[in-house]
Design a protein around this ligand. Structure first.
Ligand code: NAD
Length: 378
């Protein structure tokens, strides 16, 4: 028996679409205890919200998120707005006792994130943060292999997230999608936008990060702000690289940029252990590369494991062996796990508290880049 879960989604942009797709699909593929009901869509422009509501089947449209929180016909608030609006919506939603699914990064900074964690924990409401890459089946399989200790002692963790869409000085700051270039809306540049994903996955797979040493660069110093109409200084990091220590003694190396010509969204990660290594690449997301030193030396080499069989994470719910899935499915997996945990009254990961740890690492990275010193995350 499924119970209805009345959803209000705030933000009809890129993530609004991925989340709406997940609400529409989750019951078709997963046995979860809730049936999402698309109650309200909220966004800044009414005519866009109305078109979105029609396309995805939302019953109501709002342009003021405060009105959404006040409604008593809503159980879950889904936050898909720019980073500077996450905290105020989450704090109000927690006060109103609504469950919350929040897009990443959790907040603009650690202080804000701490307030948000306190609010959801005090209100005892189900909460989750959308670090969806954990739920790419190949990445979930990597976690399983690590839990089975197939890699042995870990020496290195390496991750990159490379894009190239802001190379032109004509790309503005502020406004739909390009709010990412406005530090007031985004909090930071690639650190909070892209490295936050890499950090979340890294901490999940390899444990806590203890200290960091970073460098950042802003290649284009001024851009037009579409909201003010003026050319204004750019306050975000266009590129960031950092090295770190993990609590397990391994060394980490992370890099992200929006200036890697030719790379659109290349998230890669690699772990090197005493017994084995593994590597994953978002552009080939249905494969996990695996090297096992215990293999017979005559055939030893990197294996490319195609994640499609039903014994692979999440794949039982999908098609038949040999047929793969993609990016949008990570949001369906995330929602399925959230609904399942909610039904059992259990916490799900990453929740607000987990996302606070990522926020602390991001803040330490930015502080280190500013000071030129190693910064302790704890
Ligand atoms: N998990 C991921 O992989 C991933 C990918 C992209 C974005 N994100 C995160 O999702 C969030 C949204 O990003 P996006 O790419 O969907 O942005 P977007 O620019 O595509 O959409 C933003 C939406 O927020 C709405 N909005 C802005 N201010 C608002 C306000 N005050 N009240 C109500 N609505 C408001 C806009 O109307 C728009 O619908 C960000 O936090 C971002 O970091 C996560």
């Amino acid at each position: 028996m499924t119970k209805p879960l009345r959803v209000a989604l705030i933000g009809y942009g890129f993530m609004g679409r991925t989340h709406s797709n997940a609400y529409s699909q989750v019951n078709h593929f997963f046995d979860v205890p809730y049936q999402p009901q698309l109650k309200v869509i909220c966004g800044l422009e009414r005519h866009v919200a109305e078109a979105f509501a029609k396309r995805w089947g939302y019953e109501n449209v709002e342009t003021d998120w405060h009105k959404v929180i006040e409604r008593d016909d809503v159980d879950l608030i889904d936050i898909c707005v720019p980073n500077n609006v996450h905290a105020e919506i989450a704090l109000a939603a927690a006060k109103a006792g609504k469950a919350i699914l929040c897009e990443k990064p959790l907040a603009l900074n650690t202080a804000q994130a701490e307030q948000m964690v306190a609010a959801v924990e005090e209100a005892k409401i189900p909460n989750m943060v959308s670090y969806n890459y954990r739920r790419v089946p190949a990445v979930t399989l990597a976690k399983k292999l690590l839990e089975e200790d197939r890699l042995g002692r870990i020496f290195h963790y390496r991750a990159q997230f490379l894009q190239d869409w802001t190379i032109s000085a004509d790309v503005p700051q502020g406004g739909m999608a390009t709010w990412r270039l406005d530090v007031k809306a985004a909090g930071s540049g690639v650190t909070g936008d892209l490295l936050a994903h890499c950090i979340d996955t890294a901490v999940w797979l390899n444990g806590g990060i203890t200290d960091v040493c970073a460098m950042t660069e802003t290649f284009i110093k001024e851009r037009k702000n579409v909201e003010t109409g003026k050319v204004e200084p750019v306050g975000i990091d266009d590129a960031c690289a950092f090295m770190c220590h993990f609590a397990n003694g391994s060394l980490g190396l992370f890099e992200s940029t929006r200036y890697a010509r030719g790379h659109k969204a290349l998230y890669t990660l690699e772990l090197n252990g005493e017994k084995a290594s593994l590597r994953w690449d978002l552009h080939d997301l249905h494969r996990l590369q695996y090297f096992d030193h215990a293999d017979d030396s005559l055939v030893r080499g990197w294996r490319s494991v195609h994640i499609s069989d039903s014994d692979m994470p999440y794949m039982k719910a999908w098609w038949v062996p040999g047929l793969q899935i993609g990016y949008e499915h990570t949001f369906i997996h995330q929602l399925a796990d959230f609904l399942d945990a909610m039904g059992k009254g259990e916490a799900v990961s990453p929740n607000f508290r987990d996302a606070l740890e990522t926020q602390k690492v991001c803040d330490a990275v930015l502080a280190s880049a500013k000071s030129g010193q190693w910064v302790d995350v704890r």
